[in-house]
Design a protein. Structure first.
Length: 251
C-alpha cells in the first residue's frame, strides 16, 4: 500500500513570521488526519523555526533544494546536513523552476539526489515535460531521460525513500491542470520505467505525486486515479484554509 502524500511547495513565499502564523493555524486544521502524510516546504530561512513548531505534529517538513556536499565553497547553496539539523525530512529536487530558470541539469540533479540520500533525507524528484515537448509527442521521451539520468548509479535499496513528482511544466502556476487521464498515463509510464530499472516491487511501492495547478476542486478526481499517490501543491498550499481542503480530499 502506498500511503498518499500531500505536499505543499511554498516556493519563494512567506517570511519566518508568516510561516509560524500559517503553521499554528494549519496544525489545528489537520490534527486529526492519520491516513495520509502531509508535508510543507517553506523557504530555507523559515526551516529552523518551522521545524520547532512542527515537532510532535503530523506535518512533515520539506526543503525546496539541497546541494550534494556536506560543506564547502559553494556560495549560495545549502547542504543536506544543514537541512537535517532543521528537522527536514523531505527534499524537493529538480523542480522545473530549478531546471528552467536556474539551469539545473539532469547531472546536477543526480548529484543533489546523492547528497540527499547520503544524509538520510527523502528525495522528491520532480520530472515533467514542457508544452512544446508534449505537443511534439515527446512527453515519454523527456520523462524517460529525466528519470533515468537522475537515478543512474543508485541501487533500489538506496532509493527506497524516493518519491517522484510528475509535474507537467505547462500545468504549473497556469491554472491549467492535466486531466486525470493525462496524469494517470504519465504516472503509469514512469512506474513502468521504475519497474524496468529497479524491479516490480520497487515500482509498486514508490509513490508518484501529481503537481501542476492542484486545487480543492480537482484533487479528488486526481487522487481517484490508481497511479496517483499524492500531490505536490504550489499556489494552493499558501493558504492554510485552502490547503486543508486539498489534504482532506474525499473527506
Ligand atoms: P502550482 O505549482 O500548484 O502553483 O501549479 C506546483 C509546483 O510547482 O510544484
Amino acid at each position: 500500500m502506498r500511503v498518499p502524500l500531500i505536499a505543499g511547495n511554498w516556493k519563494m513565499h512567506k517570511t519566518v513570521r508568516e510561516t509560524l502564523n500559517y503553521i499554528r493555524r494549519f496544525r489545528e486544521l489537520v490534527s486529526e488526519v492519520t491516513d495520509r502524510e502531509i508535508m510543507i516546504a517553506p523557504p530555507f530561512t523559515a526551516l529552523y523555526p518551522a521545524g520547532r513548531e512542527l515537532a510532535g505534529t503530523n506535518i512533515k517538513l520539506g526543503a525546496q533544494n539541497a546541494h550534494w556536499a556536506e560543506k564547502g565553497a559553494f556560495t549560495g547553496e545549502i547542504s543536506p546536513l544543514m537541512l537535517k539539523e532543521c528537522g527536514v525530512e523531505y527534499v524537493i529536487l529538480g523542480h522545473s523552476e530549478r531546471r528552467h530558470l536556474f539551469g539545473e541539469t539532469d547531472e546536477m540533479i543526480r548529484k543533489r539526489l546523492s547528497g540527499v540520500i547520503s544524509a538520510g533525507l527523502k528525495p522528491v524528484l520532480c520530472v515533467g515535460e514542457t508544452l512544446t515537448e508534449r505537443e511534439s509527442g515527446k512527453t515519454f521521451e523527456v520523462l524517460e531521460r529525466q528519470v533515468r539520468e537522475a537515478l543512474s548509479g543508485f541501487s533500489a535499496e538506496e532509493l527506497k525513500a524516493l518519491v517522484i513528482a510528475y509535474e507537467p511544466v505547462w500545468a504549473i502556476g497556469t491554472g491549467r491542470t492535466a486531466t486525470p487521464e493525462q496524469a494517470q498515463e504519465a504516472h503509469r509510464y514512469v512506474r513502468g520505467l521504475l519497474a524496468e530499472l529497479f524491479g516490480k516491487d520497487f515500482a509498486e511501492t514508490t509513490r508518484i505525486l501529481y503537481g501542476g495547478s492542484v486545487k480543492p476542486e480537482n484533487i479528488a478526481e486526481l487522487m481517484a486515479q490508481s497511479e496517483v499517490d499524492g500531490a505536490l501543491v504550489g499556489g494552493a498550499s499558501l493558504d492554510p484554509e485552502t490547503f486543508v481542503r486539498i489534504v482532506k480530499y474525499g473527506g
